[in-house]
Design a protein around this ligand. Structure first.
Ligand code: HEC
Length: 142
């Protein structure tokens, strides 16, 4: 009897520690995503943009770079898009089109709101997304 009881308690203890491990793991994941864990952006300065992303880069320069910075590394007016916050799993491609069409209320940063950007076609946004995803991959954000 005593042995049986002890075994159940051990079982519960094991379950509790697994729950704890899981909770810590999830907290770390969320924490990393919310902090936008630092990535090394200097590497991007010297990269040559492949031909397939040059049109996207040109659209980005015309419509987004003033705030999101050269190579999407951020400015005092807007956040870097090359950041773990914007990895494809967290901000999918549709988020880009929505941001451009409707603007963005400040929620991740303290730059203020992003106003809608008129005059950018869907196909230009696709090009911009392709360019930004390429930049993200160069620093290991995928
Ligand atoms: C006037 C400055 C400004 C311009 C121009 C601008 N943005 Fe933004 N953008 C911001 C700011 C500020 C944020 C961050 C809002 C926040 O706190 O989450 C942002 C956020 C975003 C986000 C994240 C959206 C989300 O769901 O959280 C995307 C994607 C984005 N911008 C894409 C673009 C693209 C693409 C362009 C060019 C077509 C562009 N932005 C032009 C200021 C700008």
């Amino acid at each position: 009897m005593t042995n049986g009881k002890r075994e159940t308690e051990n079982g519960k203890g094991r379950l509790r520690s697994w729950v704890r491990v899981l909770a810590v793991g999830i907290a770390c994941l969320i924490g990393a995503a919310c902090r936008g864990e630092r990535v090394d952006l200097r590497k991007l300065e010297t990269l040559v943009t492949p031909a397939e992303h040059q049109a996207g880069e040109a659209s980005f320069a015309a419509h987004c770079r003033a705030c999101h910075g050269p190579r999407a590394t951020g400015t005092p007016q807007g956040p870097p898009l090359v950041d773990r916050i914007y990895q494809p799993g967290h901000h999918g491609d549709a988020a880009f089109l929505l941001a451009v069409q409707r603007g963005v209320s400040a929620h991740h940063w303290r730059f203020g709101n992003m106003p809608p950007v008129p005059g950018v076609t869907e196909s230009e946004v696709r090009g911009i997304v392709g360019y930004v995803r390429w930049l993200q991959r160069q620093v290991g954000i995928e």
